[in-house]
Design a protein around this ligand. Structure first.
Ligand code: ADP
Length: 172
């Protein structure tokens, strides 16, 4: 008897959600919550090869991601040091998730998505839009506010706000 293998294959898709997560915000978490029910597994992947100089260490960022995804089913934390598409390929992931906040994200994300597909034709990018409340949120903005002693409680989980506070207290 013919079973509907196609359907079960589709529903078993693994997705990677790569980023710097420096630190993770409610915007990222919103995207993770939206992606979780769509895929069999979502790997929130700390991409370490970025040319950015992060405020938080790899361990600190991983720890914050772990706490942020607690209780969200089908979501795990991972790390990638080379090309994200190569990492995706090595774990059998066929989808990259990226968040689109505004038109301003589009050009950069479009370029990266096409370049990634050139590198690994089996990996496509899926864009998800966060709740409107988070469209203006970015990790850089959060760091800027925290650096100047502003409140970030509305934008990040309390353990992240805590980490930001102690980071800037120790740095000043
Ligand atoms: P990267 O250095 O890869 O841009 P980020 O951690 O800044 O890493 O972002 C990872 C992904 O999450 C990107 O696709 C980014 O557009 C998305 N993202 C960041 N902040 C938000 C937000 N507030 N709402 C939705 N998506 C977001």
């Amino acid at each position: 008897m013919k079973n509907n293998n196609n359907h079960s294959d589709k529903s078993k898709r693994i997705a990677i959600y790569p980023g710097t997560f420096d630190p993770i915000t409610f915007g990222h978490i919103d995207i993770i919550r939206r992606a979780a029910p769509i895929f069999e597994k979502v790997l929130v992947t700390l991409a370490v090869n970025s040319s950015k100089l992060p405020l938080f260490t790899i361990d600190e960022r991983i720890e914050m991601i772990h706490r942020a995804i607690e209780g969200i089913e089908g979501v795990e934390v991972a790390m990638s040091k080379g090309l994200v598409v190569d990492y995706a390929n090595s774990v059998g992931a066929t989808v990259l998730i990226r968040g689109l906040r505004a038109v301003s994200d589009f050009e950069y994300e479009f370029q990266i998505a096409l370049m990634n597909r050139k590198q690994q034709s089996g990996v496509d990018t899926v864009f998800l839009m966060p709740d409107e409340r988070y469209t203006y949120l970015s990790s850089s903005l959060i760091k800027e506010i925290a650096r100047h002693g502003g409140s970030v409680d509305e934008f990040v989980p309390d353990f992240v706000a805590h980490q930001l506070k102690s980071k800037f207290q120790n740095n000043s």
